[in-house]
Design a protein around this ligand. Structure first.
Ligand SMILES: [Zn+2]
Length: 401
């Protein structure tokens, strides 16, 4: 279990305004995305003086960091004070008060280690093998907040070496490293992702990571890069590995090009880990077991958290990843070329002897990592992975520790 998964960066809350700790520092009920820049909004809220802002700006210029980071590093604001003002915060007036979603990225505490994400040994070996390939497209997919970026950066961490020229193109650049050239893009100011990607291609790196394939143009350039001798790593918002393949085709990429470029799709989810301090064994309802296709036998034990001070009464502490890897082989290539649907592709996945996300979830429940209810919650996500960012994050709100 890696801290990098435990610290996965989505936090959301939907609480009455009177109970929202950050409420006092919110300048009225306006969404923080609009309005003046971060420094001026903090000053308007009385959290920052002019001289402190100047000091932070100097620190920012000196270290090349973002303003929020500089403010934290200089101790001028606390994380709790800063949180409501972060760029990714979305505020939405609702009947019980403001509904807030914020993404917290802790660059200092985070470490990237593919070995520690929770990948079973056989999948880990396969993923590492795919990462040694000189060219091809490797996709990481799942809903918002499932840890795709963590996996992407962990993969990069593994393949970094002086021998391979690596460039990342993303918006925003979440994590800075010393050994990768990062290109910040901006849909508003430019360069846009496809434009930046084309520019990067001219410099002929060995490995290119694209933060997320969100549109047909980006998908086309990513596929082209993979077909012209680059290893391309990217993420895609899709329910599972088969769905990701179909989505690429639906975006307008010729199936034969998808088939020729794709080397693998790693689908993932995060499940909340049951708190070890208050973990108790229990027998789930037989009907529930039947629902998940699990036969009841005496030896099988499931656990759940009763709730304690350590887990703040939630019964959960930390999170773990569950994964499904579709390594694209010759049979799969033929299926993709013939525009096969998700059912056919999933059947091929099973023929390969691979475990689906649901099966991996059940394994995690049987190994007492998580609860059966938690697996069902994640399984429900599979059916609606294209929900909005609000919706997807809402389901994770209790899992943040
Ligand atoms: Zn507990």
């Amino acid at each position: 279990m890696s801290p990098s998964v435990l610290d996965s960066p989505v936090r959301s809350a939907a609480q009455p305004r009177a109970n929202t700790a950050a409420r006092d520092s919110l300048p009225a009920a306006q969404p923080a995305l609009a309005g003046p820049p971060l420094g001026r909004r903090l000053m308007a809220a009385g959290l920052l003086t002019d001289s402190e802002l100047q000091a932070a700006l100097e620190h920012q210029a000196k270290n090349g960091s973002k303003l929020g980071e500089s403010l934290l590093e200089l101790g001028l604001v606390t994380e709790e004070q800063l949180l409501p003002f972060l760029r990714r915060q979305r505020g939405l007036p609702a009947s019980r008060g403001d509904r807030v979603l914020a993404r917290v990225v802790d660059r200092k505490r985070r470490t990237f280690n593919l070995d520690g994400l929770g990948l079973p040994g056989d999948l880990l070996t396969q993923v590492k093998r795919l990462l040694t390939k000189p060219y091809g497209l490797l996709l990481i997919c799942g809903p918002t907040g499932c840890g795709k970026t963590t996996t992407l950066h962990s993969a990069l961490e593994l393949i970094k070496s002086g021998q391979r020229n690596i460039v990342t193109v993303e918006d925003p650049v979440d994590y800075r490293t010393n050994w990768v050239d990062e290109v910040q893009i901006s849909e508003a100011k430019g360069p846009t992702l496809p434009v930046a990607l084309r520019s990067v291609l001219l410099r002929d790196p060995d490995v290119i990571t694209v933060g997320e394939i969100r549109d047909a143009e980006t998908a086309e350039v990513a596929v082209k890069a993979a077909l012209t001798g680059h290893l391309v790593l990217s993420t895609l918002h899709a329910a599972d590995s088969a769905d990701a393949i179909v989505r690429l085709v639906d975006m307008g990429i010729e199936p034969y090009r998808v088939a020729a470029s794709l080397i693998g799709v790693l689908a993932q989810r995060l499940v909340r880990r049951v708190c070890v301090k208050c973990r108790t064994a229990y027998c789930p309802d037989p009907e529930l077991l039947q629902t998940v296709g699990c036969s009841r036998d005496g030896a099988r034990r499931f656990v759940r958290g009763e709730g304690c001070r350590a887990c703040r009464g939630t019964g959960f502490a930390g999170r773990s990843g569950i994964f499904e890897l579709f390594a694209v082989d010759e049979v799969a290539r033929r299926l993709i070329s013939h525009r096969s649907d998700t059912m056919t592709l999933r059947a091929r996945l099973c023929e390969q002897g691979c475990r689906t996300l649901s099966e991996e979830g059940m394994r995690a429940a049987e190994e007492c990592v998580t609860s059966l209810d938690e697996v069902l919650r994640v399984t429900a996500l599979e059916e609606s992975a294209d929900r909005t960012e609000f919706g997807a994050s809402e389901t994770l709100r209790d899992g943040i520790q």
